[in-house]
Design a protein around this ligand. Structure first.
Ligand SMILES: *Cc1c(COP(=O)(O)O)cnc(C)c1O
Length: 362
């Protein structure tokens, strides 16, 4: 017997999630560290959120029906196959809780999203980190890491923090190599920003199989504060999630705002175009000038410097100029890299100016 309540084995071995930094309170610093929308929120979503303020005394409809119907309409999905969550984090946690436990393994690529190890270990299962090929998930290596204990494969596509992606054919090949009792979780958090023609959000694989789910979020398209995630899966997975999710896991303003944002396809298109323009511009500005920019399909770029010291100097110079970017040494072990979210034109020009004026020789 111990003298105080004790967490389950493994919980205290988990390193807490490190969010991107914000500027000092009251400072004019611009945050480019959490991949939020470069254009803010859809005005229609903001109006819907305000409208919900009149109804705060009453519990929301528990299944997020309004939101599921809007998503179903816009994406051509039966709303009964959609589950919404308090951010996609909520849904990822539930998936881990349902399909993983002590003695099980989940497989992910080494520089995959840092939430996956946390939610895997929280269930008592082990996380298996698989080496990548030049910062891109390696399908053969992922398949080679599967053992009889493997129950889940986590795949962010495009991936955070690298921005790289697997083509539809590569994801299909990954799925084809998995046993039918292994759940493939395709986390398409950045789907709205992808411009590559050979990309797929993963719905085709969800539709055709009993062991694939696609998870999405509104956080990167203007509603990070509202906390709205959603997923699509086979009936048996949807049923299991409904059994253990919070009965009112998406608040009413979020349901309203999410439905309006989903339907505001013009705004989503504008976001995508702005992002593609400045992502490609920033990449061209920085790449080659003693920096390497990994080609990104998301709303951020990962910039690699020659040394960790140069990355630290670049981080400090940007911070000094009021641009807060993301260090990816602590969470991801990429000590010579920084992750920079795509922001406004002014932000991108400012960042490029700072980085291109750094004197790395000194
Ligand atoms: C940002 C992000 C999420 C989203 O998290 P929310 O809880 O919906 O804000 C999920 N997966 C990846 C890979 C991300 O980068």
């Amino acid at each position: 017997m111990t003298d105080r309540p004790t967490p389950q084995p493994g919980i205290l071995d988990i390193a807490p999630y490190l969010p991107g930094k914000s500027g000092a309170p009251g400072s004019k610093a611009i945050k480019l560290s959490a991949n939020e929308s470069p254009l803010g929120a859809s005005p229609k979503a903001l109006a819907a959120f305000r409208e919900a303020a009149e109804q705060l005394a009453i519990y929301p409809e528990g299944s997020s029906r309004l939101l599921r119907e809007a998503l179903g309409e816009v994406h051509g999905i039966d709303p009964a196959r959609i589950v919404c969550g308090n951010g996609s984090d909520d849904l990822l946690h539930l998936i881990a809780q349902i399909y993983l436990g002590e003695g099980d393994e989940a497989v992910m690529n080494r520089y995959g999203f840092s939430v996956y190890p946390i939610i895997t270990k929280a269930t008592g299962a082990d996380i298996v980190m698989v080496d990548e090929r030049d910062y891109k998930a390696d399908v053969d290596a992922l398949l080679a890491a599967v053992t009889p204990r493997t129950k889940v494969v986590w795949l962010a596509n495009p991936n955070n923090p690298t921005g790289t992606y697997l083509s539809a054919a590569e994801v299909a090949r990954l799925h084809a190599g998995l046993r039918p009792d292994i759940l493939l979780v395709i986390d398409s958090a950045y789907a709205e920003y992808v411009t590559a023609a050979d990309y797929s959000v993963g719905l085709n694989l969800v539709d055709a199989n009993d062991n694939v789910v696609m998870v999405r979020t509104f956080s990167k398209m203007g509603l990070a504060a509202a906390r709205i995630g959603w997923m699509v899966g086979p009936d048996h997975v949807v049923d299991a999630i409904h059994r253990i999710r919070g009965p009112f896991n998406v608040n009413l303003p979020a349901q309203f705002a999410g439905a309006a944002a989903a339907r505001d396809v013009e705004f989503t298109q504008r976001l995508k175009e702005h992002n593609a323009l400045w992502r490609d511009w920033l990449t061209a500005q920085l790449d080659g000038n003693r920096m390497r920019v990994i080609p990104s399909q998301a709303n951020f770029v990962m910039v690699l410097f020659e040394t960790p010291e140069q990355a630290a100097a670049a981080f400090a110079a940007l911070m000094e100029a009021g641009w807060v970017v993301r260090e990816i040494g602590p969470s991801y072990g990429i000590h010579n890299g920084l992750r920079i979210s795509i922001g406004s034109e002014a932000a991108m020009r400012g960042v490029a100016e700072v980085l291109n004026s750094l004197d790395f020789a000194s």
